[in-house]
Design a protein. Structure first.
Length: 401
């Protein structure tokens, strides 16, 4: 399995020569090697809610937080071994009720979050296959976020959420569900044109149900990728799946089966790059997987599961040796369950939530390590012209080391 460090984050958009981490590698006397790499980013973000709504300016972290990654690699008994730690700090100030704290209570910035996103070990075999054990980006939907151009920018911040803390959303909830960094044991075949990864992950209670909270067995996720090169053109295709069973009692009782499926393709045609992907799910919720945020995956009656779907289309064009211009559109929606409330459903099949966003951006590689980004987005939460909407404009820098 490819290591999802910052190097891979650079490779995700096919800009390995422009956005990959440089890193510092030290060879140890015992045969092991130690590497330190990462990035720091900062963006000015201006948000304006439409129809005379409020405006907000923030200086904050983008979708990708700052990263400080530490990795040690060695070889023993014919096995390639490594351990990896990824700290993801943010530059944001502390917040009170969604607004910057001016009381002085956080003058030491106790509210500046440090996210321990990665803690894992890998065991690599002679045939190139690998076992990863620890906390790392989950398999289901990870290609959707790794190929999103807003990974190196801001994307959505949430309508009315211009002053909130944490990282921004990118297209999370506006084209895919966030896979999150989860505890897992994952086996991956040898990297090549085709690669299969299958893992068992820490399961999640179905948030908002109050019923399905017992997770007797792990969640299963899988991903298959296929890469093909034809002359100057490169193609990548992926499919992924997820299944989880959650119970409403310690023994016996009822169980709810959550599942998801996703597929996508990326075509790099000379100066033009095209990405199209989508997902479907049941019991996953929307925005954040298995979370009640923006409408949970369990119906009002508390027994049936809601369905969700979404996707995005993206175009990136190289207008110069160091500059790419991109445009994308995507949506995520959550549907009610048609069963009656008395029997555990919602009583109808109406669309419960639908988030859409259009984004344009300029991504300029100022130097080998420094990227300058300008983005503009219109995000909408709901259906129709009267639904709440917001304009987001941002510009900032990312420095990979």
């Amino acid at each position: 399995m490819k290591r999802l460090t910052l190097v891979l984050l650079g490779l995700a958009l096919g800009v390995s020569a422009t956005a990959s981490a440089q890193g510092l590698t030290m060879q140890m006397s015992n045969g092991w090697a130690f590497q330190f790499s990462g990035n720091v980013n900062a963006f000015w973000v201006f948000s304006k809610v439409t129809n005379s709504g409020p405006a907000n300016s923030s200086v904050r972290t983008g979708l990708l937080p700052a990263f400080a990654t530490f990795e040690a690699r060695g070889k023993e008994a014919g096995l390639n071994l490594s351990v990896h730690f990824g700290f993801a700090p943010q530059i944001n100030n502390g917040f009170l009720s969604g607004q910057p704290d001016t009381s002085g209570a956080t003058h030491d910035q106790f509210g500046a979050q440090i996210d321990m996103r990665q803690v894992y070990l890998t065991v690599g075999f002679k045939d190139g296959s690998q076992i990863l054990a620890g906390r790392e980006l989950a398999l289901f939907g990870r290609q959707n976020i790794l190929n999103d151009m807003t990974l190196f920018g801001v994307g959505a911040v949430g309508v009315g959420g211009g002053g909130s803390g944490g990282t921004t959303l990118g297209r999370i909830g506006y084209g895919y569900i966030y896979p999150n960094f989860n505890a897992q044991i994952t086996y991956s075949t040898k990297p090549g044109q085709a690669q299969l990864s299958v893992g068992v992950l820490q399961p999640s209670a179905l948030d908002g149900s109050g019923n399905f909270v017992y997770t007797r067995i792990p969640r299963v996720e899988a991903e298959f990728t296929y890469n093909q090169k034809s002359g100057k053109n490169n193609y990548m295709f992926w499919v992924g799946g997820l299944w989880q069973s959650t119970a409403d009692s310690v023994t016996g009782g009822n169980t709810a089966s959550s599942f998801g499926g996703t597929a996508g393709i990326k075509a790099s045609l000379s100066e033009l790059s095209v990405v199209v992907n989508g997902y479907v799910g049941k019991g996953l919720g929307t925005l954040l997987m298995f979370s009640g945020v923006a409408g949970g995956g369990v119906s009002t009656g508390g027994r049936e599961l809601r369905t969700s779907d979404g996707g995005y289309a993206q175009l990136m064009y190289k207008v110069g040796p160091k500059t790419n211009v991109g445009a994308s559109w995507g949506f995520s929606r959550l549907k009610n369950n048609s069963a009656t409330v008395a029997s555990g459903g919602d009583g109808n099949e109406a669309v419960r939530t639908q988030f859409t966003m259009t984004t344009v951006g300029v991504y300029h590689q100022w130097t080998k390590s420094l990227k300058w980004v300008i983005e503009g987005s219109r995000e909408q939460q709901g259906i129709g012209a009267g639904a709440p909407a917001q304009i987001d404009v941002s510009s900032g820098f990312m420095l990979f080391y």
